[in-house]
Design a protein around this ligand. Structure first.
Ligand code: ADP
Ligand code: MG
Length: 243
């Protein structure tokens, strides 16, 4: 389980996160929503240590990071392994086939043998609906297919949590649907996921928990059922503006 206590992060004189306290349970999907510039990406990137809050505690299972203290490279490596960030599909290796893209991390980083890594990679490509594209190159795929390869590649590293920052924001609606279907299936298999999205219909379908972030603060932390009942005027206004 991930637990955050009193996290604060500033960029220059801009406070991007203010006193963040929350938990991300295993086998649950948390969806982070909120207006543009509210701190959603900063929160997600802090979980992967791509951003470094100035203070606060980050508990990951038995490990605790106190952000006022220097981080060791061992801690950074451990946390990065456990939290797989799915970047927009564009950072696939263009000169490697889809299959090799998915195998690369397990073989190079986790030192799996090629046959085992290939078997896992093919299973994962099957899972994201791209078994017939194993030998294609990223440039031959649509944006939605590339994003599904990026998801398979992240899963191949077997992280405990999968982090996705607006995974479909660059996609046309008809390509978005395929990616959302894959994420919904992962959620139903009870993978542990944390997803930033503007798609409220998807949030409602996939989330076990919703975080509503505004101006660097968590203004709502609860179930989708509660959230979509519009418990505050601010949430009602936000939802009205999103539809
Ligand atoms: P969101 O993902 O909700 O749109 P972000 O977490 O990206 O918001 O950004 C939160 C705030 O922090 C914004 O005001 C943004 O401009 C600022 N910010 C984010 N990253 C940086 C950075 N590297 N340097 C300076 N300001 C940043
Ligand atoms: Mg963002």
């Amino acid at each position: 389980m991930i637990k955050l206590e009193h996290l604060n992060k500033t960029f220059g004189n801009h406070q991007a996160l203010t006193d963040i306290n929350t938990e991300f349970k295993e086998h649950q999907t948390t969806v982070i929503v909120g207006p543009s510039g509210s701190g959603k990406s900063t929160l997600l990137r802090s979980l992967n240590l791509l951003e470094r809050p100035e203070n606060g505690l980050y508990h990951f299972n038995d490990e605790t990071i106190d952000f006022t203290k220097p981080l060791t490279s061992k801690t950074i490596l451990t946390i990065r392994r456990k939290t797989g960030m799915v970047f927009q599909g564009y950072n696939l290796f263009p000169h490697l086939s889809v299959l090799k893209n998915v195998m690369e991390g397990p073989v190079q980083v986790l030192k799996q043998d090629a046959a085992a890594a290939q078997k896992t990679a093919l299973d994962l490509l099957d899972k994201v609906g791209l078994q017939d594209k194993a030998d294609a190159y990223p440039g031959q795929l649509s944006g939605g297919q590339q994003q599904r390869v990026a998801i398979a590649r992240s899963l191949a590293m077997n992280p405990e949590y999968i982090l996705l920052d607006e995974p479909t924001s660059a996609l046309d609606p008809e390509l978005e649907a395929g990616v959302l279907r894959v994420l919904l299936a992962l959620a139903q298999e009870q993978d542990s996921m944390i997803i930033v999205t503007h798609n409220m219909e998807f949030a409602r379908a996939v989330a076990d928990k919703i975080l509503f972030v505004e101006d660097g603060k968590i203004l709502f932390d609860g179930t989708p059922a509660e959230f979509f009942k519009q418990p505050t005027q601010r949430i009602a206004d936000f939802l009205a503006a999103m539809t």
